[in-house]
Design a binder for this molecule. Structure first.
Ligand code: UDX
Length: 489
């Protein structure tokens, strides 16, 4: 009698933030294309931002199904009042996510008859509550890292780093040779203490975010399988092993890239942007010369002082380079930026300001030659994948790690000297002008572009049939398919 292979069912749970929903959604589509049934769990707050009305999520599921992709969306109430500041009140927001386990178990149990038996929970590395879900449902917990492997290893070993005195971080003495961190597992370059999470810079270990991150770090180690949104050729094939405690730890990224490479074919794109994308900026990019435009964006959460934004504006103006600048409506410490008097008139067609950009379309556009970025991991990986070198302006979380690695390890980035010495220093318009010119018109920028082009090729190869990430995904698919069938039979 011929045996029928049952599809594995992955429950995918992102942290409710843009830099987490994006990669987890891309990964959900990869899994569905490989025959998985996927349940994607958002918080209600996130679902309303993405889908606008509850019916939209059902419509998206239906469209996906017509292409043979089975993804259903569920939402759990995040327990916060509707007018809560969300991720901007980050400690409360995190603490709320840490309590979501029982609600997730309830909704999965109450909808069990709509889906195959659950095979695994694919959890964002910052959703400790899924430990409760995986334990209650007796299924493996697959930890999905939205960081590169070396930053992930550092975070997962926070307790050890604290015991050894690297945490809380002594920023002033971080660059002393005796403070190099060489005790971490996995073959990764030595770290310096300022590469570690910025939440560990506070000296009071009772600080709420210090505690939140310490707890998430402990639970990150409660894994049965680890996947990392990076590709082996970037950090070396052995780096990821530092995340394994006997279970597989596989680089499977960049997860956005297969979908992007396929997008010319008819495929349903699941819009996950929290703000409306300004598509007209692509038409503006068409009018610019090859590699001539600097793209400027600080991601979805980071904010800056009004004074710094104005200084940055004047530096961009003085650089005389074309630029596309994302200024979120809350970028100036919660408010809209007020730019220097006469700035937009003086810039004219040379510069373009948008509230939110279609970032993948922008970074893949031939007119873009550099990215001034906060070095969130998604932005960094997207830039690497499109061969665009970066000027790093890290602000928080593991962005300092990414920025230093771009500059010193991967040789595809620059930074601002004044910020390396003191992250709170105001970056002057003169320094902005100097660094932007060096990136966009100097030999240094050309060298970085060449290095970035090599990594672009490696990233593309990694996700194509036979590439390192593709093979790792084959293994994950085989392992979960085997589990789905062994559990049921
Ligand atoms: C957060 C943290 O800041 C970051 O350090 C961590 O690595 C991931 O979580 P965020 O600040 O949002 O993320 O930055 P990033 O990781 O770069 O993610 C932003 C996402 O929004 C990217 O996928 C990017 O393509 C998208 N984006 C950004 C847009 O689509 N349009 C924009 O205008 C800006």
């Amino acid at each position: 009698m011929a045996s029928i292979t049952r599809p594995p069912h992955a429950v995918v749970v992102p942290f409710p933030g843009q830099g987490h929903v994006n990669p987890l959604m891309h990964f959900a589509k990869i899994l569905a294309a490989r025959g998985f049934f996927v349940t994607f769990i958002n918080t209600d707050r996130m679902e309303q931002r993405i889908f606008k009305t509850p019916n939209d999520s059902a419509a998206v599921s239906h469209q996906l199904l017509q292409q043979g992709l089975q993804i259903r969306f569920l939402a759990v109430y995040d327990g916060l009042p509707p007018d809560h500041g969300g991720v901007q009140a980050i400690d409360e927001y995190f603490l709320a996510t840490q309590k979501l386990g029982p609600a997730m178990v309830r909704i999965l149990r109450s909808t069990a008859n709509e889906a195959p038996q659950i095979t695994c929970i694919v959890t964002d590395c910052f959703m400790a509550c899924t430990h409760h879900v995986a334990t209650s449902l007796a299924v493996p917990r697959v930890v999905f890292w939205t960081y590169c492997a070396s930053a992930a290893i550092a975070l997962a070993n926070s307790r050890t780093l604290m015991d050894k005195g690297y945490i809380p971080i002594n920023v002033k003495e971080a660059r002393r040779p005796e403070n190099l961190i060489t005790c971490l597992p996995g073959k990764i370059p030595p770290l310096i203490p300022t590469d570690l999470q910025t939440f560990f810079r506070v000296q009071d270990t009772a600080d709420p975010m210090f505690q939140v991150i310490m707890y998430e770090s402990e639970i990150q180690n409660e894994a049965d399988y680890v996947l990392i949104n990076v590709f082996e050729e970037l950090e070396g094939p052995e780096a990821a092993e530092g995340l394994s405690k006997g279970y597989p730890a596989l680089p499977i990224g960049p997860v956005f890239l297969p979908d992007f490479l396929q997008s010319t074919k008819s495929s349903v794109s699941v819009a996950t942007s929290l703000w409306e994308e300004d598509l007209d900026c692509i038409k503006w990019l068409q009018t610019k010369a090859l590699s001539s435009v600097l793209y400027v964006s600080f991601g979805s959460i980071a904010v800056m002082s009004m004074k710094q934004l104005q200084e940055l504006a004047l530096g961009l103006e003085a650089s005389e380079q074309p630029f596309l600048w994302v200024l979120r409506p809350d970028i100036a410490e919660g408010k809209a930026a007020v730019l220097p008097e006469g700035f937009t008139e003086r810039i004219g067609e040379r510069g373009r300001i948008v509230q939110w950009a279609p970032q993948l379309k922008v970074l893949s556009h031939p007119s873009v030659g550099g990215f001034l970025t906060h070095n969130g991991w998604n932005s960094t990986l997207e830039s690497i994948s499109f061969g665009v070198p970066m000027i790093g302006w890290p602000l928080w979380a593991e962005q300092f790690h990414n920025c230093r690695f771009c500059k010193e390890v991967w040789k595809i980035g620059m930074d601002f000297e004044s910020r390396v010495e003191n992250e709170n220093a105001l970056v002057s318009r003169e320094e902005v002008e100097m660094v932007v010119r060096a990136m966009m018109e100097g030999p240094q920028g050309n060298e970085l572009r060449k290095n970035a082009a090599r990594l672009k090729e490696a990233a593309t190869k990694a996700v194509m049939a036979g590439g390192s990430s593709y093979r790792n995904l084959d293994k994950f698919t085989r392992d979960m398919t085997a589990r789905a069938n062994s559990v049921i039979e």
